[in-house]
Design a protein. Structure first.
Length: 492
């Protein structure tokens, strides 16, 4: 019996996808001179949504949107529908079957994440055609896919791993046994690790096999099964994807991952070389960037339009909202401080709100254009989030704290990772805190929470840390709000 391949048989554990967010898509679109629909009250379509968890997160974060998710994996859709009903979200529809033409001209934002590279040629073209028909004129579409040239380096390891798995499958079938996806991942790691220890690590082959084995060991078996070890995995050069989309009336805009905003990420002298060598062509410039810095995975943005978007992003004339999120350090120095300590300090002081670039410039008494350039460089390095519409900000817990309904459903399902109101994943391991969140249904004031928490904790076997939570309840609730776990009070 061969290993199972269906998403219905091996669960793909979805999460919030920062790039598949109408707020992010609109922000990049506006930086490139477009005028997309208001992302907070828009119609959103997700083709290949899996269990819909990304849309569930969006429907929670932006209650004014209406989202539709489609995926042929019926078991996954049923799982997402159970969560949707549990969270009481009526601005989301999840479907496992649909008439493609029923979607025509119904969406302002269309996304297909992790789809194009993992399906065959005919369904791939169908997805692109469906997206192009579904999006309204001026609307935005994003496709994500594995990209060359980086995929060339991975291909040797993939071929080697699949060959080892095929041999193991034959032996398992002869013995009347089943090779699971866990077995397949283990065999892949063993084969690449053997190659890395047999080959000279000073050679390109030995080094790459060591890199691939290290990467595979860090991946959950279910992810490796559906991604690196998938039966169909087709990387593309970005030029090929743009050609397919252009044939359907979709114009290339740019990339959605902040780090791919090369105009602000690369050193000015390197960016100047790219502009000079590729000329006034956005696609040629992006392909050159891929070739120079090893493009791995693309989240490419397109617009349904007959007009070609501007070559370069620009924030001129836009109101840009900025939020600082926790970021790493290097040699004991905050990475954001290394770019601009004054701007980073202002963002930290306003961590619980979204501050505009103009307000930062006024607070520092600096030129707005200078601050804009600094903020965009922070953004391109993943050290800040920006948007051209006001993003959700922490909600005051109020007298009757209310947890996000999606967080409550996920905690009820025993999930260690929950999705916040900021469309971000958050690991929430503390059992006593999870019990607390389950009580925050908007019907209890703080006295009632203090009264009911001990019994709920005892029932869950989670008394460790109870006294500390009760003593510092106000602080704990404020922290939950800052993390995006709480909804605004009803009527706020």
């Amino acid at each position: 019996m061969s290993r199972k391949n269906s998403y219905d048989d091996v669960e793909y554990q979805g999460s919030a996808i920062a790039e598949c967010d109408p707020l992010q898509m609109a922000t990049i679109g506006r930086l490139f001179g477009l005028s997309p629909a208001d992302p907070l009250t828009s119609d959103v379509l997700d083709l290949g949504c899996g269990d819909g968890i990304n849309l569930l997160s969006l429907a929670t974060a932006y209650p004014g949107i209406h989202a539709v998710g489609f995926d042929p994996a019926a078991v996954a859709i049923a799982r997402g529908e159970r969560w949707r009903q549990g969270a009481g979200l009526d601005n989301l529809t999840l479907l496992s079957e649909i008439d493609d033409h029923a979607l025509d001209n119904t969406a302002d934002y269309v996304m297909a994440h992790g789809v194009l590279s993992w399906i065959d040629d005919e369904p791939r073209q169908n997805v692109i055609q469906t997206a192009a028909r579904a999006v309204r004129p001026g609307g935005l579409v994003t496709f994500s896919y594995r990209a060359f040239p980086h995929a060339h380096y991975q291909w040797v390891g993939r071929d080697m791993a699949l060959d080892a798995i095929a041999i193991a499958e034959e032996r398992a079938e002869a013995a009347g046994e089943e090779l699971t996806h866990h077995d397949a991942a283990r065999i892949a790691i063993q084969r690449m690790r053997l190659a890395s220890t047999t080959a000279d690590l000073r050679t390109a082959h030995g080094m790459q096999m060591a890199v691939e084995a290290d990467k595979m060991e860090k991946l959950p078996a279910w992810f490796a099964h559906h991604d690196d070890l998938a039966g169909v995995l087709a990387p593309f050069r970005i030029t090929q994807v743009v050609q397919w989309c252009a044939a359907q009336g979709l114009q290339y805009v740019g990339e959605l991952i902040p780090q791919d905003l090369w105009q602000y990420r690369l050193r000015p002298n390197v960016a100047a070389i790219i502009r000079e060598q590729a000329g006034p062509n956005a696609l040629r410039r992006q392909q050159l960037v891929d070739d120079l810095i090893n493009g791995v995975f693309h989240n490419s943005l397109f617009v349904r339009s007959t007009e070609v978007p501007p070559l370069e992003p620009s924030a001129k004339g836009l109101t840009i909202y900025v939020r600082q999120y926790p970021n790493g350090t290097e040699d004991g120095v905050q990475l954001s401080d290394a770019i601009s300590a004054p701007v980073a300090q202002v963002l930290r002081e306003h961590a619980n709100e979204a501050i505009t670039i103009e307000a930062i410039a006024e607070e520092l008494d600096h030129d707005v254009d200078e601050i804009t350039d600094t903020v965009l460089r922070l953004y391109a390095r993943g050290l800040a989030r920006i948007s051209t519409s006001p993003p959700p900000v922490p909600a005051d817990p109020g007298e009757f704290p209310r947890a996000s309904p999606l967080v409550q459903v996920q905690i009820g399902d025993g999930k260690a990772v929950v999705l916040t109101r900021f469309h971000l994943p958050l690991t929430y391991q503390s059992t006593i805190h999870r019990v607390l969140i389950s009580l925050l249904d908007g019907t209890r004031d703080r006295d009632a929470i203090r009264r009911d928490l001990p019994a709920a904790a005892a029932a869950a076997g989670a008394t460790h840390g109870l006294d500390e939570v009760l003593e510092n309840l106000d602080t704990v609730l404020e922290a939950a709000a800052i993390d995006g776990l709480l909804m605004p009070p009803i009527g706020a």
